[in-house]
Design a protein around this ligand. Structure first.
Ligand SMILES: C[S@@+](CC[C@H](N)C(=O)[O-])C[C@H]1O[C@@H](n2cnc3c(N)ncnc32)[C@H](O)[C@@H]1O
Length: 344
């Protein structure tokens, strides 16, 4: 992923780290509390540079995390499409996909309603990714290619209805959503999920199947993304008291012409107990998938498996044997498989 040193050279305007720190505090406040002021916040180039310096690299890692969990067939399908990043901001997920796929034959389109965000994206493109074919525009592109649409932290601003209109218009083969992990964004994504399934776009991550989502209105799917960051960015995160090594997020992928996987997926590690890892999982079932709370016993696992299991976060598929039913949707289990690897 791009280093903070390189990024600093291509910010829209020159800005000191102290000013970035104080602006990031305001930006975070606007995102979390004062959302009516988001557009006004984006109208200042210094805020665009501050956003870019901190959020672009940390968000890029979320895409890397997702690709570590996607099946190779899906990655190949994405590589054979044109990618359109809706609400691309400074180009975050276009650049992330360029870094991950390293495919100079692909076409990328970044779409954003904000002219400073597009200027910032162009500047990074020219400075560091000039070999890649990227068009930046306020308008949706017209292309006959198969498409992957990416929404990165933009559905929470435009809403599910607007996102759905764009999806219907562009008719993509694949849709990737990487959005903030909040209850209100989850309810938008759930609405979008229902509409996409009706339109034959199936959820392939993290949902185990296209059956209904089991989350009730008072609950939501707490995915957590754990990543290692560039030291400079980790230090900046500490200064503004934002730990971006463990990020709540809502990461969904939808695909046309695929079958449901019917896997059991880890949603999050709820807590570590002495005898077990307590996980929330989502498990395939007819009509409505099942939200489960499982106690994964440590004792049957070797030391090295215990270590790797401890690191698992959202999206891993697992299999297990039930040791004891503890109540409705709660069980004690022995882990037998993680992704495609069997635990002996
Ligand atoms: C939080 S930023 C995310 C930028 C980038 N995708 C990322 O994740 O770092 C949200 C972006 O969505 C853009 N946006 C919001 N609503 C939009 C719309 N209806 N059409 C195009 N862009 C939109 C904003 O201008 C802003 O640049």
């Amino acid at each position: 992923m791009i280093s903070s040193k390189l990024l600093k050279e291509s910010l829209l305007v020159n800005i000191s780290e102290d000013e970035i720190v104080s602006r990031l505090a305001q930006i975070s406040n606007t995102f979390n509390i004062d959302r009516a002021k988001i557009e006004k916040m984006y109208s200042e180039p210094k805020n665009i540079s501050s956003y870019t310096y901190f959020y672009l690299p940390t968000n890029m890692y979320k895409m890397r995390y997702l690709f570590d969990h996607l099946n190779q067939n899906v990655i190949e399908r994405i590589s054979n499409t044109s990618v359109i990043d809706i609400g691309c901001g400074p180009g975050t997920y276009v650049f992330a996909l360029i870094e991950i796929l390293k495919n100079e034959a692909m076409n990328f389109f970044g779409v954003d309603q904000n002219k400073f965000m597009l200027e910032q994206a162009r500047k990074i493109h020219e400075s560091h990714y000039s070999n890649f074919n990227i068009s930046w525009s306020k308008e949706l592109p017209v292309t006959k290619d198969d498409k992957t649409l990416v929404f990165g932290n933009s559905i929470n601003e435009m809403g599910a209805d607007q996102a759905l209109k764009i999806i219907k218009k562009l008719d993509p083969k694949i849709v990737i959503c990487i959005e903030p992990g909040t209850k209100s964004t989850f309810s938008e994504i759930k609405k979008l999920r229902d509409a996409l399934i009706k339109d034959d776009l199936r959820p392939i991550f993290p949902c185990p199947s296209s059956s209904s989502c089991p989350m009730r209105n008072d609950n939501w799917c707490h995915q957590t993304i754990r990543v290692s960051l560039d030291k400079d960015i980790e230090r900046l995160g500490q200064k503004i008291k934002k730990d971006r090594t463990k990020m709540p997020a809502i990461v969904h992928v939808y695909c046309r012409d695929v079958e449901d996987t019917h896997k059991k997926r880890v949603i999050r590690l709820e807590k570590k107990a002495k005898h077990a890892f307590i996980w929330n999982t989502c498990e395939s079932a007819i009509e409505e998938n099942k939200f489960m709370r499982i106690e994964v016993l440590k004792k049957p696992l070797s030391k090295s498996w215990q270590k790797s299991v401890e690191k698992l976060s959202s999206g891993f598929s697992i299999e297990y044997e039930v040791q004891k039913e503890l109540g409705e949707n709660s069980r004690k289990v022995v882990l037998t498989q993680v992704e495609d690897e069997e635990i002996s």
